[in-house]
Design a protein around this ligand. Structure first.
Ligand code: KG4
Ligand code: ZN
Length: 365
């Protein structure tokens, strides 16, 4: 017996979600449809504002988000040629992140949701990163092993479904993106550091500078990058090495740590059909190449979102909203409530609430 298909099924399966991201230094707005089409999007980086300080200044970030978010929402809606009435839900990052910025995006979403009578979806920024590979790769099903590597996080998660995340590892001190940013600062490459270190590393010898591989081979599952960062500092201060060699050797050490910890996670948690990478550091080509080789050696499908979806963006937030609607039984004609309008912005919000806390907590944003 075939199932009965109602004419409205296709439409119901394709909610349209407006997403807002403002948890760090990118203000972003996107309109995404349930079938993965990005209808319109805008992103404004605050790089220029923060560059003189060598890192993100929370107060400056919050003000910049507040100035930009409303015109950007208007711009995205105009570009799509749609009104808020035609949107099915309003999603915004509700944490974790710099609280001033998160509040700007979340409050904007609440106002729109209230004014238009649409459900609010308060999205965990990390869930946005975790599900973004499914936006880019429609064939990627659950479960998969996720390496989330960004400026604030370095985690391995078993993603078993929407809302089902098991943390297998996290950093006990610095996130990898943070280590890239510090290395860039030490080498005088400015901010943001990751792409600059990657560029300089292309001209260097990855074996030239002896650097540690913290926790490599360790029986605890976690990451650590503080010791690597300190070793980079000593290498810079010694004056004995070319900056390109330091950049290349640092990147090599970081990649080896990632692969070692992934191997450990796989051994411990058992095989997984797919490996997925997300977060800003996933933009790094050396990291991607090593992960691709690791996946292939372990007979895993490998998915990395396109570069623009790796770093912070609003399409991943809108998409996480689409995934939640599909998972939580939303229908266009139903009375889907969404999250309460008094949902409070969260500076910290682990994806796996049951995960043990680790020595250094490791989560900065
Ligand atoms: O996910 P993301 O945009 O923001 C959050 O931290 O949530 O990640 C930003 C981080 C920064 O630390 C940045 O230096 C790093 O990702 N990053 C890179 C590259 N592009 C961005 N790190 C290494 N290589 C890159 N190409
Ligand atoms: Zn992020």
């Amino acid at each position: 017996m075939g199932s009965v298909t109602h004419t409205s099924d296709a439409a119901i399966a394709r909610p349209l979600v407006l997403g807002i991201e403002s948890s760090c230094d990118e203000t972003a707005v996107a309109l995404v449809r349930g079938d993965g089409a990005i209808i319109a999007q805008a992103i404004a980086s605050q790089e220029a504002e923060h560059a003189p300080y060598g890192g993100v200044v929370p107060e400056i970030a919050a003000r910049a988000h507040a100035e930009r978010v409303a015109p950007m929402i208007a711009h995205v809606m105009a570009e799509a040629g749609l009104s808020l009435d035609e949107v099915d839900a309003i999603a915004a990052t509700a944490g974790p992140g710099l609280i001033g910025g998160v509040m700007v995006g979340l409050v904007s979403a609440k106002a729109l949701a209230m004014a238009a009578g649409k459900p609010l979806l308060a999205i965990n920024h990390l869930e946005g990163h975790a599900l973004s590979p499914r936006l880019a790769d429609a064939g990627l099903g659950f479960p998969y092993l996720l390496l989330l590597v960004s400026g604030g996080h370095c985690q391995i998660l078993a993603v078993e479904g929407v809302g089902q995340y098991r943390r297998l590892a996290t950093t006990i001190d610095d996130a990898l993106g943070e280590a890239f940013d510090k290395t860039a600062k030490l080498l005088g490459l400015g901010y943001p550091g990751g792409p600059a270190v990657e560029r300089l590393a292309l001209q260097g010898n990855p074996k030239a500078v002896p650097l540690p591989r913290p926790l490599k081979g360790s029986p605890e599952p976690h990451f650590s990058f503080a010791g690597l960062k300190s070793a980079v500092m000593r290498a810079v201060e010694s004056g004995a090495h070319a900056p390109a060699d330091i950049a290349a050797s640092f990147q090599q050490a970081a990649v080896e740590c990632l692969i070692d910890r992934l191997q450990f996670a796989l051994t411990r948690a058992g095989p997984s059909p797919a490996l997925v990478v997300a977060g800003g550091v996933a933009a790094n080509r050396a990291v991607r190449a090593a992960l691709e080789a690791f996946a292939s050696a372990n007979a895993m499908r490998f998915t990395a979102p396109p570069l623009a979806l790796c770093t912070d963006n609003a399409a991943m937030i809108a998409w996480a909203g689409c995934e939640r609607l599909a998972n939580e039984g939303w229908t266009r004609d139903g009375d889907f409530a969404g999250d309460p309008l008094d949902f409070v912005a969260r500076p910290r919000w682990p994806l796996d609430a049951s995960a043990d806390t680790v020595r250094g907590a490791g989560v900065k944003a």
